[in-house]
Design a protein around this ligand. Structure first.
Ligand SMILES: [Zn+2]
Length: 315
């Protein structure tokens, strides 16, 4: 019944060339990504997929240039969203990444139906993103360090954590514990996946329990928070790293600012829920620009594994 309504804006967008815009920091991460600000940047003469307008400084950036710069604005340093695969590619040594549980896919346990059924949504997102779910996990080498690496992708249903995200991360954490490897999880998420109700909420406890065993084995865990990291993910594995670092300007929080404002009836301070705000208040250990992420992670791994027998070194 909603098909005609849903199809119309899609058809319009394909006809009119639209400059892509990402969710600017501070905006709600819960809406469908490219809609925000898209109206403002609509320029008929710009062919789609060639240029992207920076939401911060309004510079038009050639897409190839943006890709080469790890999706960071060449002019103002604004961090655009980056896919999990691109991120992994930028971090690990060539051909060193072995993906784990690549075929795990969600099932619709609750027979959830809203505007569209959960099964239809999953299918659509799997098709549009080329991902099975919102996280990629595996073991790879960064510098000389073998690490367990989990990277979330916001384009898959808002990076929401359902049973598959939780299970893949738990298996990654357990494998890292077994193999005595440090762990890095790069988060971006709107929170728990409500289509899976209780099953998604369970993942918060499950991932944290696995992390407790990893910590008990005295293995380091670095949590990297990227724009946006919120709700159930922030309230579980993302916030319990030995080191918690974030990308500049990332929105990080539990509930959205409007909910907090309504609940507390208080004015929120400027910069609320940004990485910089949290850094000032001691919730983060560092803010690391994306382009420096690899070398900084290597330095952190050196530091955190120093003194272990032979480290977790080369291999
Ligand atoms: Zn810019």
């Amino acid at each position: 019944m909603t098909t005609t309504f849903a199809k119309k804006p899609i058809a319009l967008e394909t006809l009119e060339p639209v400059a892509k815009t990402a969710v600017p920091p501070g905006e709600s991460p819960f809406g469908r990504k490219p809609k925000l600000g898209a109206g403002k940047s609509r320029k008929k003469e710009i062919p789609e997929g060639l240029w992207t307008k920076c939401p911060k400084c309004a510079t038009m950036i050639f897409d190839k240039e943006l890709d080469a710069n790890l999706k960071v604005c060449v002019k103002c340093g604004h961090h655009f969203a980056i896919g999990a695969r691109e991120r992994i590619h930028a971090l690990v040594e060539t051909c060193s990444f072995e993906e784990m549980n690549a075929d795990l896919a969600s099932v619709d346990v609750l027979n959830f139906t809203g505007v569209a059924s959960y099964t239809d949504k999953l299918e659509a997102y799997q098709k549009s993103t080329g991902l099975k779910d919102a996280v990629i996990t595996g073991i790879g080498r960064i510098g000389t360090h073998r690490v367990g690496l989990g990277v979330m992708d916001f384009t898959f249903l808002g990076g929401s954590m359902g049973a598959v995200v939780g299970e893949k991360l738990t298996r990654l954490i357990e494998a890292s514990t077994d193999r005595e490897l440090p762990l890095i999880i790069i988060s971006t998420s709107g929170g728990a996946r409500m289509y899976e109700g209780m099953f998604s909420l369970m993942q918060m406890a499950k991932t944290c329990a696995a992390l407790a065993y990893h910590a008990k084995a005295r293995l380091p865990y670095v949590s990297v928070l990227t724009h946006p990291t919120t709700a159930g993910v922030m309230a579980s594995y993302a916030s319990v790293g030995d080191l918690i670092i974030a990308e500049p300007n990332a929105m990080i929080g539990f509930a959205g600012p409007r909910v907090i404002k309504d609940t507390t009836q208080a004015e929120l301070p400027p910069g609320f829920q940004t990485a910089e705000f949290l850094m000032d208040r001691g919730l983060l250990d560092a803010i690391v620009p994306r382009k420096e992420m690899k070398e900084r992670l290597i330095a952190y791994l050196e530091f955190l594994t120093a003194g272990r027998d032979g480290g977790n070194g080369a291999g």
